[in-house]
Design a protein around this ligand. Structure first.
Ligand code: SAH
Length: 452
């Protein structure tokens, strides 16, 4: 097989990157934007030793899974991977991503684990409560906003993202228009010059009056932002707070250290599983509130918290642990972001929970800091990179009866479960949750128990 060859191919599987997969003369070929069951003509773009990448040229026989894509940015924007297949086909693919990770990366035998059927999201459009849009300048010198293309920082213009509430697009483009009028320049990442970097919006989902916070991320403070904030709050009375976040660094991290409150208040208040949650712009908060609630309920079922001491590692604003606090003996939360720890303490206070304490620390350092009581159950809800070995060793050394892992990355979840299984824990059950419909991402909840 050579570059630019035209080949015919049947797509037999979807990879966790969202690419269709087929075999041509024994060689694995990956083709984006295809569906299981498609028969296609593809143009070979790149050939490696045992696999190749190709581009869909002609759809010879479409898969029954195919549906009409309704987003003009699909295929260019790095957000959605599955706007061209039915939701059922997407769920089936995601369920197998999780299972495959536990088999191939974790080395588990699937018959030894209870794989529960994937839990769908009730909403597959406009389910997000958070928007992060980079701002750029196009070839004709016009400022615009959009989303990064896959594995790139090229900004694809997006007028109205179908995963976001409509109001978010309206606010984002209003900011861009006003910034232009006020002669605020767009930030250029390569040259590290210009001012306006990102637009960050977050709203309360379950409490409609809980707030909508707008964070404007800029390289430095300019006086025109006060004017922009005034016009923004006049136009959108739903906005309860506008924050100017200063991020002067050459970095991929969106939010900088310094925050200037331009109007209203920075925190919003939502409710999850009956727990009031105060969230500041820097605190992690699940983007699909309704499906996250299903995850928390499953985590509670797996944890069986009644009368137990629960160690909630990577606790964020404390939501999961606090949703179990009523029946538990004690909750100990550990989180690295100080603002999130403050939110967690305030959330516990507002709930009237007295049996919770929160520590600001790196999860792996909890061993050296010491904790007040030995946990019966450990909750692990790490970021995409998973847990480090130090944290897992510490968890195992505490010898809890159960560990409940919540993960947005099946690959690192399977890796970490393998490590825990070598330290005397058994993986009992795994359930996938579609927290991010139409994207390639999938969440999973795992129950591990101590072997003896
Ligand atoms: N359990 C929370 C947050 C989960 S997201 C919820 O459901 O809302 C992961 C969290 O881990 C984030 O809040 C992040 O700030 C935190 N975190 C990342 N690395 C960490 C580390 N090394 N130690 C402790 N917390 C960490």
């Amino acid at each position: 097989m050579n570059k630019n060859d035209l080949i015919t191919l049947e797509i037999t599987d979807i990879t966790n990157e969202g690419f269709g997969f087929g075999k041509y003369n024994g060689m694995a070929v990956f083709v984006p934007l295809t569906a299981v069951g498609d028969e296609i003509e593809a143009k070979v773009l790149k050939v490696n030793k045992s696999y190749a990448y190709a581009k869909l040229e002609k759809l010879l026989l479409p898969s029954p899974d195919r549906i009409e894509n309704d987003c003009p940015a699909f295929g260019k924007c790095g957000g959605c991977a599955f706007r061209h297949i039915s939701y059922n086909a997407e769920l089936k693919a995601k369920e197998s991503f999780v299972k495959d990770a536990f088999m191939k990366i974790g080395g588990f035998e699937t018959e030894n684990i209870n794989f529960l059927p994937i839990e769908p999201s009730d909403e597959i459009e406009r389910y997000r409560n958070k928007l992060e849009m980079p701002v750029g300048i196009n070839e004709s010198g016009e400022m615009y906003c959009g989303f990064y293309a896959q594995r790139s920082h090229r900004i694809i213009p997006v007028n109205d993202c179908l995963l976001q509430p409509e109001i978010f697009s309206e606010i984002a483009w209003f900011i861009v228009q006003k910034a232009k009028a006020l002669k605020i320049s767009a930030y250029n990442e390569e040259r590290h010059e210009g001012v306006l970097r990102h637009i960050f919006l977050r709203k309360a989902e379950n409490k409609p009056d809980g707030g909508l916070c707008c964070v404007i991320v800029a390289k430095r403070k300019v006086p025109e932002f006060n004017r922009l904030a005034r016009e923004l709050s006049e136009q959108f009375p739903q906005i309860t707070g506008i924050v100017l976040n200063i991020n002067p660094d050459k970095t991929n991290v969106i939010l900088g250290e310094k925050e200037i409150l331009l109007c209203g208040k920075a925190d919003i208040t939502d409710e999850m599983c009956g727990v009031p949650v105060e969230i500041s712009p820097k605190s992690f908060y699940q983007v699909n509130t309704k499906t996250a609630e299903k995850i928390y309920r499953k985590a509670t079922e797996f944890a069986n918290p009644s009368g137990k001491v629960i160690l909630d590692l990577y606790c964020g604003a404390g939501t999961i642990g606090l949703s179990m606090a009523k029946n538990a003996k004690k909750i100990i939360g550990v989180e690295i972001i100080p603002e999130a720890v403050e939110n967690a303490k305030a959330n516990a206070k507002r709930l009237g929970v007295q049996n919770a304490e929160f520590i600001c620390a790196n999860a792996g350092d909890t061993a050296t800091l010491g904790i007040s009581e030995k946990p019966d159950v450990i909750l692990l809800d790490p970021p995409r990179k998973g847990c480090d070995e130090k944290t897992l060793d510490f968890c195992a050394s505490l010898s809890p009866a159960r560990i409940v892992m919540i993960s947005c990355n099946p690959a690192t979840a399977a890796r970490d479960c393998k490590w825990l299984s070598e330290l005397g824990f058994r993986v009992n059950a795994v359930q996938a949750f579609d927290l991010f419909p139409r994207t390639r991402h999938v969440e999973c909840v795992v129950l591990l128990s101590r072997d003896k």
